[in-house]
Structure formats: C-alpha cells, structure tokens
Ligand binder design. Structure first.
Ligand SMILES: [Zn+2]
Length: 92
C-alpha cells in the first residue's frame, strides 16, 4: 500500500508542504516526484511535532519505492516518535 501523494495529484494544493515532502513514487500517478504521506505527517502533527522537526529528525514517507527503497510499519513509526519525544522535550 503506497500512501504517497505527489504535488500534482494532491487534492488540495494548499496541503502540499515541501518541508515535509520527500522524493518517492506517488501512489496515484506512479511517477517519481516530491510526495507527501499525509497520514504520516498528520500523525506527527498530532504529537505536536513541528514541520521543521519532522524535516530534520523523522522520515517523511513510510514508503520510498526509490532506489533507496524502504517501508516503515506503523509500529516502527511509533517507536521513532517516542524516541524523538524522549530526546527532544517540547519547548515551553
Ligand atoms: Zn502523483
């Protein structure tokens, strides 16, 4: 299952944010492009992780399908989120 949606296929162009996009194969047009995994980014944001921290510290796609192919499970993502939160407590 490829949740990636590229800058051309995304329904609402305003949702596309290059800071949290990465190169991958789009799940809709099957082209290599800058893609977002909206569910994944939504999960990060629900943990109050800023877009700049996502960019700097966390994978932006669960499925790369590029020459650097990787597939991250939700369990792996949750572990990365926990690790990130332990290493970097929210500033307030
Ligand atoms: Zn596309």
């Amino acid at each position: 299952m490829n949740n990636n949606v590229c800058e051309l296929c995304i329904e609402n162009k305003d949702d596309f944010n290059y800071q949290v996009a990465d190169t991958g194969v789009c799940g809709q047009c099957i082209q290599m492009n800058e893609c977002m995994d909206l569910d994944l980014i939504g999960t990060y944001r629900s943990h109050n992780i800023s877009d700049s921290d996502i960019w700097a510290h966390l994978p932006r796609l669960r499925h790369a399908h590029t020459e650097i192919s990787f597939h991250l499970t939700d369990k792996q993502i949750n572990r990365l989120i926990e690790r990130f939160k332990n290493e970097k407590p929210p500033a307030n």
